[in-house]
Design a protein around this ligand. Structure first.
Ligand SMILES: [Zn+2]
Length: 106
């Protein structure tokens, strides 16, 4: 695993999982995981939203599956949407760097 690898979910040593915000890299608190290693619906991180993707879908940043947005970025997205500002959200600087790196490798 390289330093630059981007993930959307971080499993913990105790079997819970943390979601990663795709716009600011913030982590949720550890949550109970379901059989697919995602937060269980009954223990969903409060205020976090999910953009659902198939588990084997590879994003431009190399990460897999569903992506997540933290409450702070979700609020920013809603404010920008209300004001007609685009883009609503952008990938985090780490993700933008990784996307550029992967494009150079291809
Ligand atoms: Zn965020």
């Amino acid at each position: 695993m390289s330093d630059t690898e981007i993930v959307n979910l971080v499993p913990t040593s105790t079997g819970t999982v943390r979601t990663v915000c795709s716009s600011c890299d913030r982590l949720s608190r550890p949550r109970r995981a379901n059989a697919h290693g995602q937060p269980h619906w009954a223990d969903w991180p409060r205020g976090w939203s999910e953009a659902p993707y198939p588990r084997d879908f590879v994003h431009a940043d190399g990460s897999l599956g569903s992506t997540f947005t933290c409450p702070r970025c979700a609020r920013l997205r809603a404010e920008r949407q209300a004001a007609g500002i685009t883009p609503l959200l952008e990938p985090s600087p780490r993700r933008i760097a990784r996307i550029a790196e992967l494009r150079r490798e291809r």
